[in-house]
Every structure is written in structure tokens, then in C-alpha cells.
Design a protein around this ligand. Structure first.
Ligand code: A2P
Length: 277
């Protein structure tokens, strides 16, 4: 942190809760997407793929002047071994939280409740050869954690990330993630051998267009990757995206014979919605 940003932190951003963390990095991708990193509480433990509650103090109540925290569920987009916590967010101009959160700068503080939960975790899946991470939009966030988690490569021979977005610019976070994974000091070699990436756009023209559900059902996903198809013996899946994606994928995966899993009852696939900040 620079001296200048330390001064900004101390003078402009008072400590607002025992759960505050300091912003260490911010990168904007488009008018509607950005990522940021914050410090990690020293005692915080989580499993790669989980989410936490994160936010800012809301506006003062017009009569009482009291402020309440404005928190939303955010998937942690960095692995459990990382020193800092990364998040990937949409920006909504009239969104109660993201209209403000999109303006955070290095040195600012956010509120982070360190208790993490979630179903997109290895504990919720039984062993198999191949794992599929199906994501749309900011639903890629938990996979940014799992793709850099050594357990992913210890448990599976092949790891396929699909990411579908409307436009090409929306894919940039995922493209950088794949590069980082392949150069990672811990899992780089495993990722070079095992990790496959399948980006698609649904609106802007690109080399691969279409909703992942369509590409799955018409078989092009498999023919593009040279994979025979899904089956409950060899394939496991995690899904994170819009409600529509989640319900369509549930139907599709169950038609292939996969059974939904949970922390308490590991199965063949798990689903979590991409949270709207
Ligand atoms: P589409 O452009 O055809 O709606 P959004 O920006 O609305 O969150 O969507 C992110 C991506 O998820 C878009 O590419 C969108 O495609 C895709 N998508 C939305 N609903 C579904 C669904 N039910 N099945 C597959 N893809 C979906």
C-alpha cells in the first residue's frame, strides 16, 4: 500500500464495524463488471467455492441518522490458500449495494462477515474422472476459486470450465483466470495438462456462439471438445449462473443420469445461483 492511500484510509474512511477489511486491488472490465481484492481476516478459514456476506454501510436513516450494513452474498473468487480475498461483481447503477460498491478504491474499507458457506465444494461431490464447471456471467466467480485449488486437480483427470456471456468483453475475467491458472506456481503444471476452457458469447459475434444449454443438448459442446458425452460414472458438474441456467442445467444433467449432491450427501452435481450484488 502506498503512503498516500494509507492517509486516505485513515482520514476519509472511518472504521465502521469489527468485520471491516481493506480493499487492496480494483480492476474494472466493462461498465457492468469489475473485480476487487480485500485483506483476509487472519483467522478466516473457507473451502474453495464458498461464499460470504460482503458489503458497505448503507445511507443514514433520514430521521434517526442510524446506518445499517448493506450486505449481499458474494462467492469468493480466489482459492482457500490465498493471502487476500478476491471478488467479481456486476455494477448496477440503481442497485442498493453495487451502485456504491463499484466506486471502491484501494485503501477503502468493506464489511465482510468471515463465515463462509456454499454447495460448490468438493465435499459435495463423489469421485470421478472429469469435472465440469458451468458458468454464466459473474457465476464464474466460485470457479475462479476452484480452478486454483490443488484438490481440483488431485481429484479429477480433466477439468472443463464453460463460461457464457452476452459479449466478448464480459469474457475477459475468465480469460485472465485461465492464463493465471496455467502459470500458477502451485497448480500451473496440472492446469496445463488437465484444464480446458470453453467460452461462448450469446449476443456479440465470436468464434463460439450460443447458450451452453443449447450447445450441450445439440451435442456441439462434446464434439468441439472431443468428448463422447456425459455419464454418471465419469462426470461430475458444478453449475453457477442465472436462475434460468440453473433450472435448465438441472433438467439436462438429470436426463444424463446425474444425481444432485449436497455437503451432507455427496452426489454427481451441485448448483448455486450467481448472486446479484
Ligand atoms: P442470452 O444472451 O441468450 O440471454 P445475463 O447477462 O442476462 O446475466 O446472462 C449471462 C449469460 O447467460 C448470457 O449469455 C445469457 O444468454 C445466458 N443465459 C441466460 N439464461 C440462460 C439459460 N436459461 N440457459 C443458458 N444460458 C443462459
Amino acid at each position: 500500500m502506498t503512503e498516500h492511500s494509507t492517509v486516505t484510509l485513515e482520514t476519509a474512511t472511518p472504521v465502521i464495524s469489527p468485520d471491516t477489511q481493506t480493499v487492496t486491488e480494483v480492476e474494472h472490465y466493462t461498465d457492468s463488471l469489475f473485480r476487487f481484492r480485500v485483506t483476509r481476516p487472519a483467522s478466516m478459514r473457507f473451502r474453495s467455492g464458498e461464499f460470504v456476506m460482503l458489503g458497505l454501510m448503507g445511507d443514514a436513516h433520514p430521521e434517526t441518522g442510524k446506518q445499517k450494513p448493506l450486505l449481499r452474498a458474494y462467492s469468493i473468487a480466489s482459492p482457500a490458500w490465498d493471502d487476500t480475498l478476491q471478488f467479481y461483481s456486476i455494477k448496477v447503477d440503481n442497485g442498493p449495494l453495487t451502485s456504491k460498491l463499484q466506486h471502491i478504491k484501494v485503501g477503502d474499507q468493506v464489511i465482510l462477515k468471515p463465515k463462509s458457506v456454499g454447495t460448490l465444494v468438493h465435499d459435495a461431490l463423489t469421485p470421478a474422472n472429469r469435472i465440469w464447471f458451468f458458468s454464466t456471467g459473474t457465476g464464474i466467480a466460485p470457479f475462479a476459486s476452484l480452478l486454483r485449488e490443488p484438490e481440483t486437480y488431485e481429484r479429477f483427470d480433466e477439468v472443463v470450465l464453460t463460461h457464457s456471456c452476452r459479449d466478448l468483453a464480459d469474457l475477459k475475467f475468465g480469460q485472465e483466470l485461465i492464463k493465471e491458472a496455467r502459470n500458477d506456481i502451485l497448480i500451473g503444471v496440472a492446469a496445463q495438462h488437465k484444464l480446458r476452457y470453453y467460452p461462448t458469447t450469446t449476443r456479440e459475434i465470436s468464434p463460439k456462439m450460443g447458450r451452453i444449454t443449447t450447445l450441450l443438448e445439440d451435442g456441439s459442446l462434446f464434439s468441439d471438445l472431443g468428448i463422447a458425452g456425459f455419464n454418471a460414472t465419469s462426470d461430475r458438474a458444478m453449475v453457477c449462473g442465472s436462475m434460468g441456467l440453473n433450472s435448465d442445467m438441472k433438467r439436462i444433467l438429470e436426463n444424463f443420469g446425474l444425481r444432485e449432491g449436497a455437503n451432507s450427501d455427496p452426489g454427481d452435481y451441485v448448483i448455486e445461483k450467481a448472486f446479484v450484488g
